[in-house]
Design a protein around this ligand. Sequence first.
Ligand code: ARG
Length: 570
Amino acid sequence: MLTVKQKIAARLEDALAAMCSEGAPSAGEIAAMLEYPPDPTLGDLALPCFKFSRALRRAPAAIAAALIPAIEAEEAVGSVQAVGGYLNITVSDRYLAETLLPRILSEGKDYGKSDMGAGKTVVLDYSSPNVAKPFHIGHLGTTVIGHSLKRLHEFAGYHCVGINYLGDWGTQFGKLIVAYRRWGNAKEIDEGGVDKLVELYVRFHKEAEENKALEEEARVEFHKLESGDAENLSLWRKFIDISLAEYEKTYRQLGITFDSYKGESFYTDKMPAEVQKLRDKGLLKIDDGASIVDLAPYGMPPCLILKRDGSTLYPTRDIAAAVYRQATYHFDKAIYVTSAGQSLHFAQWFKVVELMGYDWYDKLVHVPYGTVSINGAKLATRTGNVILLRDLFGAAIEEVKKIMEEKNPDLADKEKVAEAVGVGAIVFYYLSNNRNKDINFVMEDALNFDGNTGPYVQYTYARTASLLARAGEMRADQIVLTAPEESALLKVLSLFPEKVLSAIAEYEPSVITRYILDVAAAYNRFYHNCPVLSAENADVRAARVALTRATNIVLGNAFPLICMKAMEKI
Ligand code: ARG
């Protein structure tokens, strides 16, 4: 079913085509031109008609006047006015009540979904921590932006493959093996988990400052691992299993699962073929013993393929992995979510894939995000100067427990609710900003139940759930709207499908986060001004219960799109 915007755009398409001999804009182009006026008294949608003056050789005001009848004929339109070259359009209350609201109620869990991606596959590479190094707040972005983008694409009908490209290979394993043999033992790492591994890794670097021979020892051990030494391989496996068990706790808190854990190690035997291909195509140049692809013509530094000793590099592996993923999943889009610090790396190897002649090079998408720093949160930093994701979530959960003890000490399932609200607070705060912005994290702000926060929107959802539980059987026929807050709320609810599409188009989960705030604000304004259960008569009551149900549906559908859980009670 079409959104209000699409319906109006379709009418305008016909009207403009009739006025234009050629080059009339498509409905899609018109939809993109329709604006939401910042001041709602000007209407719900506005069309700037000067955009058509050249094609139509007419003044904007004349075009606006000529388009009025076509717009008036649209059932979703209440009124339309031409003002200064703009058409200001107001959505009809009747349409909202009689068509939109029943539609939200009947679509329920499917409201907001589309089939835009039907038959298409999207591969998403995200989270991807480096085993045996800390899983820290720098990974928050890739983890939650990546998973949100997966959820959003699924919601739009794409088949999605979420890949955790674990950093499970490299010289750090030689170091860890040396450290483990010298200072660790099985019992300690079984009990101490990832913390113990990180501790060993940190100790290696400390001791190696004094004892240079350690580095060489680590190289030898990594080489043995690469050559398939059974003992080193089993240690390596164990380090990965321990790390994964730890990451999975965090993923579980966020409701994240992956479809594939094929990490860097998986691609080791897939790189030689790509290196050969580069060589065959004459793309490799030897530079000071290393093999590179010259990217000067494209304004970039060279892409490093092989070191002097012939060992492969980060881009080499990414190229081999992309080739494998295209062959395996035939993706229509491959999305990589990493910090903006890696933007050059992606631009370089994307270019190399193009130069290699792979025709799917333009399906590779890098989605960068800004840095995160932390202020005001008293967090234990076990490993010196990094803050672990686990500790950040843990601190938020503890704070929420304290607040809940004060506000609602009798709540059932306290642990579960505190976890959802604490973790949700962090995620919501993080995803409130455009992803490219650098963020300074202030825990008190994230947890403020009265601010524009995760707890506030989760509380709003719980408010709708508790009202619905008390409302009993719901009638949704003969809806009449009697207050401006009701139609304002419905207008916000009507926007959900297009917000999903713009979040996808911009690779920007914050579109959903901000939209959730709009829904919560509109619902709370409605709730405070329009008595629901004590409404003046049965019809008004029924309409308001239905509006509450629709809000519950939209929030319930939107939360998972940004990795947040909806709690019935807080
Ligand atoms: N493991 C890398 C890191 O922690 C991120 C990997 C991103 N994905 C990729 N295909 N390069 O920095």
